[in-house]
Design a protein around this ligand. Structure first.
Ligand SMILES: [Zn+2]
Ligand SMILES: [Zn+2]
Length: 354
């Protein structure tokens, strides 16, 4: 359900879901039902190399949940995983990453780099599948935080039990490495930062037990992607779908781990006279701009300007006078656990604009 805040509408959903069509463990009908019961406003499916569910007409509005279907492309070495939406067909499997990124851009589809950085051992059962093709930059955005990727990366034989039984609590947050790449890329133009749940619901052996670490319903109560709209989501599917992708393209987005509280009422805005900008928006001048941050509950706010930490304080709300043009974003932490991560507000002339 939407939260109306300052005349804007906040919705939360999940990006990057697998089903039995690839290596997920439940059929799409069942996963959609779980999503509806979990209160998701939108679900973005992305099975590996298949648009079968799209072709079968599973996109639509189910109750209050908007369902869109793309797919996850990978290269022949199983690297460079790319979530592709709004493409009517699967690109050729032999394409290089540069080719499918450029094709998505050319065709006006929507592409998100999945789990860009992975550092797991190549020898293990789950080798890393990193993004390597940084020579192209025509994608729309990247997963700044991927649930399965972080979970598997943190796993050791010693913490396996704790991580298996508290998978949402064990999430820490986007890594400094990914955030730096995102901040750097965003100096040139907008790149949306989303969370990917990468839901498969794999069974994993923990000692004598076999445990489904992230059943779909646990995934759907963890990493959320929030969108901010000027109008409520339409009950007409085509209109609602356009609204979703327009918000994503415009970086009208923030990310959260629901484990630490419902973040839908989070506010990050820049105010200049009568103008108000939120994540994804631009103010052309930096003089007289004030940032306002309001949290649903007390936590540690880190205000980041051009990749540098400007303020760190534990509070429920913060005001900050902008002294310099640049890219501003907010991180919110509950102790050592990441809770909310905004997209950037662009203020004044900087980077390639100057
Ligand atoms: Zn992947
Ligand atoms: Zn995936």
């Amino acid at each position: 359900m939407a939260n109306k805040i300052d005349g804007r509408y906040h919705y939360s959903g999940v990006v990057h879901i697998h089903t039995t069509e690839s290596d997920g463990t439940k059929p799409i009908e069942e996963v959609i039902q779980i999503g509806c019961r979990s209160g998701l406003d939108f679900m973005m499916f992305s099975d590996h190399m298949s648009l079968k569910h799209y072709e079968a007409g599973h996109e639509g509005i189910y109750g209050d949940t908007l369902v869109v279907i793309g797919y996850e492309h990978n290269d022949l070495d199983d690297n460079n995983h790319f979530l592709i939406f709004n493409s009517p067909s699967v690109y050729p499997y032999k394409s290089t990453a540069a080719e499918y990124v450029k094709a998505v851009c050319r065709d006006g589809a929507f592409g998100i780099v999945a789990h860009p950085i992975e550092h797991r051992s190549r020898e293990g059962k789950y080798p890393p599948y990193p993004w390597l093709e940084w020579g192209v930059d025509e994608f729309n955005g990247l997963e700044i935080w991927n649930q399965m990727s972080e979970w598997m990366e943190k796993l050791t034989p010693w913490n396996k039990l704790a991580m298996a039984f508290s998978p949402r609590k064990s999430m820490v947050g986007p890594t400094a490495e990914v955030l730096q790449i995102w901040d750097q890329l965003s100096l040139k133009r907008q790149y949306v930062g989303v969370t990917g749940v990468d839901a498969h619901a794999f069974p994993v052996k923990v000692g004598p037990l076999t445990v489904v670490i992230f059943p779909y319903k646990v995934h759907f109560k963890a990493l959320r992607t929030h969108i901010v709209l000027d109008e409520p989501l339409s009950s007409d599917f085509d209109t609602a779908r356009r609204q979703l992708f327009k918000a994503l393209a415009a970086c009208r987005v923030f990310c959260s781990n629901l484990r630490w509280g419902d973040a839908n009422e989070f506010v990050f805005r820049a105010i200049q006279g009568s103008k108000t900008a939120v994540s994804g928006d631009t103010l052309s001048e930096h003089e007289g701009v004030r940032l306002e941050i309001n949290l649903p509950s007390r936590a540690t706010i880190k205000l980041i300007g051009n990749g540098q930490e400007l303020v760190r304080t534990t509070t429920e709300s913060l005001e900050y006078s902008v002294g310099q043009p640049g890219l501003y974003r907010v991180e919110v932490w509950k102790g050592r656990r990441g809770w909310i991560f905004s997209n950037h507000i662009r203020i004044g002339q900087f980077g390639d604009d100057v």
